[in-house]
Write a protein that binds this ligand. Sequence first.
Ligand code: B12
Ligand code: SF4
Length: 538
Amino acid sequence: MRFGILIITMRILLINPYYPISETPSPPLGLAYLAAALAEADIEVKILDLVVFPYSRAMLQNVLEKFQPQIAGLTAVTMTVDHAMGVIRDIKDLNPDILTIMGGPHVTFCAPDTLKKHSELDIIVLGEGERTIVDLSRALDTGRDWNRVKGIVYRTDAEICYTAQREPIADLDELPDPARGLLPLGRYHALGMPISLTTSRGCPFKCIFCVGRKMVGSKVRYRSPTRIVDEMEYLATLNFHQINIADDLFTANHKHCLAVCDEMIKRRLRLRWTSFARVDTVSEAVLTKMKTAGCSAVSFGIESGNPQILKTIQKGITREQVVAAVNMCRRTGVTPFASFILGLPGETPQTIRQTMDFGEQLKKLGLLFGFHLLAPFPGTEIRENSDRYGIRILTDDWSQYHANRAIVETPAVDRQMLDDIVIDWENEYNMLLADIKQRMLNDSASAQEAEQLINLERIVLVYDLMMKSFIEQNGSWTHDGQPQSREDSLDVLCNKISTDLNAAPQLIRDTLSHALRQGDLVCQDLAETTQWQWRDYI
Ligand code: B12
Ligand code: SF4
């Protein structure tokens, strides 16, 4: 008799929970980083992305049966945690042996409460996950001694246990490139969404409503410009219309920012990219260099037009700096975007008016802006000391933490007032779209307006087709006799879809033709069958 060592392959299924297309999702970079770290450690990994694939329990069951993971790991922000938890419940129901774990900026800051409330969740990973998830998989393999895995919170029969703190990854260049090949990039491409990368982690500022800084730490760590631009070169081959630098603050350190731009210029990368910035961390020289390197727009968090509120939230910027930054953008040709938050501590009808007026004043200088309502996320100073800041938190229903409807009040501003402002804003936007549509009919819309509307309609339709599995359900048929031409075949597909989908047949035809030209939709003529499908992976 011969004895051998039984090697069990560890398999991990990573899952991105559903959130709506209106949030302009990009391929989940955090999961791609985790997958790369797992693959490097010879752990098999698969990613299920429920932002671009419709979820059903049957589909989950199918994935679990085929892939047989020992661990299922979900990511979540506050607004997606309920959905993520629903998926975890289904996983446990289908196979109680699978270890369920969750990470990301929600659970990192309310781990004990989450574990107490959700017995279906086994372990929470705090902060950066690349090292932790690898250690955790190894611990599962070698006897579940969770206490030896740094940076997690787990449940025993008696209590909730935090393990030792994990230090942030000091040298980001040690991390393998994100495993984007495991993400359904083709679906994001078909939806016209941007793709993102990071050049650093960390933010030295202390805005009291922000979780970002707490996730990545106050000490900023940088990747080397060569590695970053190598990754950008790869992203250029994927033909996304836009690349977002997702760093909390790309312009924090001018030396780093300029070095990355110089590397892009040296390699003659012709990319269109955007980044986040603060109004007090840009200069004309930096913006000029960014523009030369392909930067089309920067997003500033201006938050409020009221100087006292800006002080209270520790934003550390002034109205004068805002005006100066917007003017610099105008002079250098970089489009400035900005977001404001309403419902901040000290908000009154007058401060709201002041913020709106400030936005309108900046609009004349070329600023494009939008609003969010304050969502006091777990882990933020504003939530932890809400009484001191004089805000009343109205709900702990996490699904309402999307920042588009009021969940806080100040003594002077109630929920209705905040909601009314946002609803008016949404109505105005919808009226603008309706007006463009009307003007397109009599040829008086500008080319830019028409393009904007056509793109939007196309995105909405592609998303509907994807999430209702229309191509999967209607895209294959057998043809008797001669194989069809691509055009005839597309006609058949459009007709089949038009009967079930509430959309103009011409829009369906244009949208699918566009997807076909872009390579997002592919048609295979098998000997006797035609098969249409989305190009899920690139
Ligand atoms: C870029 C960005 C976006 C982009 C792209 C988002 C995306 N999903 O790719 C856009 C503009 C679309 C966006 C949208 C929104 N965002 Co955003 N976003 C960011 C930002 C600046 C960077 C995110 C990023 O790419 N990080 C880089 C990757 C590598 O890190 P990561 O995703 O955090 O993943 C790491 C760890 O979290 C951990 N981890 C994560 N998941 C898991 C899972 C497991 C199993 C494990 C083990 C570990 C683990 O390991 C990963 C690797 O280290 C962060 C700020 C920040 N620093 O976190 C805010 C942030 C995540 N966003 C935030 C919010 C609120 C939103 C919105 C809800 C906007 C809104 N309406 O208010 C939407 C929701 C979208 C969503 N579901 O993610 C909040 C979340 C706070 C919260 N508790 O909910 C943050 C923290 C900013 C803030 N306000 O403080 N966002
Ligand atoms: S809002 Fe921006 S600048 Fe302020 S702490 Fe968060 S990431 Fe840093």
